[in-house]
Write a protein that binds this ligand. Structure first.
Ligand code: TPP
Ligand code: MG
Length: 343
């Protein structure tokens, strides 16, 4: 039972969110963390091929904006947004099927282990070229506007991706047409081995929004409540036809760019400093103080999530790879075939 303060309002309501929302945010954070750590271990055991982009440390930046979206809203994730898929409700077995490149994955094993797309819930498959999904997401927002629908798009990317030309063209277009889109920049201070200070001559990447005529804001990306509330305001603006917002979430990736990167280009002190801001125990502490979570409840939740993960992994390990001929399917649209000789 949540603690109640004077005036009959629970402590949870006093911070502006319901108990259900606080628990929902926490559940998605924990699920993302446990799943991500599991994939890291499985990769190191050689259970799947390629590599794996861990988002451990950054969970609040994806869970916060995605929690509470409508099914019809679209997400345009990049390579480090497992939390967006988990929070939008993509079945864990489908997330794992992508990692394992199994025939049951939506692309039947064609793309990268971390290119999680899921059409039934409006999750666009990430592009290999960074910021590619920002451009596609902006096009989807234009689609919503043309169709006069009050759905929104969330486009995620890292700070390094904001150096690409297409990223600027997309934001410029969104600013001109006041599109219903929220751009979420996860500034984790590094783009592979390049520091953020070598990506831009400005301190805050959110300043880039001003050039395109819409608001930009920089926030603590490890505070899931703050991220959720800030994104919620931007989403409401977008639904009301008031245009885009750029939210820069300051955060940090705990591990290498991918699991094959020892990340020896950065200082141990920097990592230690950010680990102290771990978004999962930060949320846990808040919820316990508010009386929304107890240690027993947390343990029961972790057991339930671990069982769900076990089942998803088991199904994928038993699953098959696609036949080689599958490589030719779904590559070009069969709906509108255009032959060279017809052009
Ligand atoms: C156009 C392009 N250049 C380079 C790469 C290789 N690459 C993949 S992720 C990445 C770093 C992106 O950094 P950032 O946008 O900050 O995201 P983060 O990895 O930090 O989450 C690079 C350079 C790519 N995929 N596409
Ligand atoms: Mg980065």
């Amino acid at each position: 039972m949540a603690a109640t303060k004077k005036g009959g309002k629970s402590s949870a309501q006093q911070i502006g969110l319901s108990e259900e929302t606080l628990l929902g945010l926490y559940t998605s954070l924990l699920k993302t963390r446990l799943l991500d750590e599991r994939f890291r271990r499985l990769f190191r055991q050689g259970r799947f091929a390629g590599t794996y982009f861990s988002a451990v440390g950054q969970e609040a930046t994806t869970v916060g904006p995605t929690y509470g979206l409508r099914i019809e809203d679209i997400i345009a994730p990049s390579h480090r947004e497992i939390g967006a898929s988990v929070t939008k409700g993509v079945p864990l077995v489908m997330i794992a099927a992508q990692v394992y490149a199994r025939s049951m994955s939506l692309d039947k094993g064609k793309s990268h282990p971390c290119h999680w797309g899921y059409k039934p819930l409006g999750v666009i498959t990430p592009a290999s070229t960074v910021a590619g999904q920002t451009i596609v997401g902006t096009g989807c927002a234009m689609g919503f506007k043309i169709q006069k629908k009050d759905n929104v798009v969330l486009a995620f990317f890292g700070e390094g991706s904001t150096s690409r030309g297409g990223w600027h063209e997309a934001l410029n277009f969104a600013g001109i047409h006041k599109l219903p889109i929220v751009y979420i920049c996860q500034n984790n201070l590094w783009a592979e081995s390049v520091t953020a200070t070598l990506q831009a001559g400005i301190e805050h990447f959110s300043d880039r929004a001003r050039a395109y005529g819409f608001p930009g804001i920089t926030i603590d990306g490890n505070d899931v409540v703050l991220v959720h509330k800030t994104a919620g305001e931007a989403i409401a603006r977008a639904r009301a036809g008031e245009g885009p917002t750029l939210i820069e979430c300051m955060t940090y990736r705990w591990y290498g760019h991918s699991e094959i990167d020892p990340a020896d280009y950065r200082a141990q002190e920097e990592l230690d400093k950010w680990k102290k801001k771990d978004p999962v125990p930060t949320a846990e502490k808040l919820l316990m103080e508010l009386g929304v979570l107890t240690t027993q409840k947390r343990e029961a939740l972790a057991d339930e999530i671990n069982q769900e993960i076990d089942e998803a992994i088991d199904a994928c390990e038993k699953g098959k790879y696609s036949e080689p001929e599958e490589a030719y399917n779904d590559v070009y649209s069969e709906q509108f075939p255009v032959r060279r000789e017809e052009v």
